[in-house]
Design a protein. Structure first.
Length: 377
């Protein structure tokens, strides 16, 4: 099998699975229990939090565990709006956000919040100047993702943070960094965002565990889940100790050799771009520079047909969210591409295990698809 869909999820290394198994079978106490087995579990959670916080560039107490990136996004939005409930009811976001951000914002608009959705250009870019033009005294929240999951576009989060500081705005800045965590060389806390969402399963960790970073400007956040007082009283519920341990082990593996990993991913992306664009009809979509994502289109050939054909050959890639029941995703639609280009969008995404030979084999399979299948009319 050739797996080229790391932006969807990633393989779990044996070291991560072994660490989770060890915690499940040896450190299975409830972290809230006061006897030694419970204190051992609590110490494990604290140690894992420290590992992840170090990679984030923040203090451990600024990091709260969640069940996934979607929960982190939703919590960030509600926490920001609660803190700024006396500032106003204006929200700024972008048309290319993950649905975990867009759908909550759209629901809030139905409840009386005013929503400004910034549109990208045809290459997928959104600028800090667009945010500046939309910013108002009653803006309570800005939510801009760090790396787009379909295009690989990196957005100017740090520049927007500087803009807010210069304007002395009370608006809080949230970034969905699920695709950006450990895919950039700078620690995420240095971006200046007030709330940052991350997830384990994009970096070789288990599914079902994420985290939310709470910056210094986030004051007394409203608890997401009242109850037993876990996660500093902000998210009650017995901690998922094995998933948390697996998250930390995955971070440790990525972070200890981060420059080398990012360099490898970038070389893979450049190689894939060269091989794929050599196929007649293939064009790059967007200006994505994230090292692990390459979005292309085989113009005129429906992406779902390509995914199914290559999948039958053991090659896993994605139309991303780019094809839903025959329709382009909201991200691709926002680019306003020609119909045949939008319908042919494919996402290739890479991980540390990906080889140049696998990319060559995938490109050869895509070339065969073009040569043996009919384009759509």
């Amino acid at each position: 099998m050739i797996y080229l869909d790391h932006a969807a999820t990633t393989p779990v290394p044996r070291a991560v699975a072994d660490e989770m198994y060890r915690v499940l079978t040896e450190e299975y106490g409830n972290p809230s229990s006061q006897y030694p087995l419970g204190r051992q579990a609590a110490a494990g959670v604290a140690g894992s939090r420290q590992v992840i916080a170090q990679a984030m560039g923040c203090a451990p107490e600024q990091l709260r565990f969640t069940s996934c990136g979607t929960e982190s996004d939703n919590w960030a939005i509600s926490a920001a709006l609660y803190q700024n409930r006396h500032v106003g009811r204006h929200i700024i976001t972008t048309a290319v956000e993950h649905s975990a951000v867009l759908e909550p914002c759209q629901r809030l608009a139905q409840e009386g919040y005013e929503l400004t959705v910034l549109s990208p250009d045809r290459r997928g870019n959104i600028t800090a100047e667009q945010v500046a033009q939309a910013l108002r005294p009653d803006t309570a929240l800005i939510s801009m993702m760090l790396v787009n999951n379909e295009l690989g576009t990196v957005y100017p989060v740090a520049e927007v943070a500087g803009l807010l500081q210069g304007a002395q705005s009370r608006a809080l800045l949230h970034t969905d960094a699920v695709q950006g965590f450990l895919k950039t060389e700078f620690p995420l806390a240095e971006s200046g965002a007030d709330l940052i969402s991350i997830s384990a399963h994009k970096i070789g960790g288990p599914k079902g565990i994420g985290a939310l970073y709470l910056g210094r400007r986030v004051r007394n956040p409203r608890p997401l889940l009242p109850g037993g007082g876990q996660e500093g009283g902000l998210r009650s519920g017995t901690e998922a100790t094995a998933q948390i341990a697996g998250f930390a082990k995955a971070v440790e593996l990525w972070y200890t050799d981060l420059p080398s990993r990012l360099s490898h991913l970038d070389r893979l992306r450049r190689h894939a771009r060269e091989r794929l664009t050599a196929i007649p009809g293939v064009q790059v979509v967007g200006d994505g520079t994230a090292p692990h994502v390459l979005c292309v289109s085989l113009e005129g050939y429906p992406s779902q047909n390509v995914v199914e054909d290559l999948g039958a050959q053991g090659i896993c890639l994605s139309a991303g969210s780019a094809c839903h029941k025959g329709r382009p995703s909201h991200v691709i639609s926002a680019l306003k591409l020609p119909k045949k280009v939008a319908a042919g969008v494919l996402r290739f995404s890479f991980g540390p295990e990906t080889t140049f030979e696998e990319i060559d084999d995938a490109a050869a399979a895509l070339r065969r698809h073009r040569e043996t299948r009919f384009p759509m009319l």
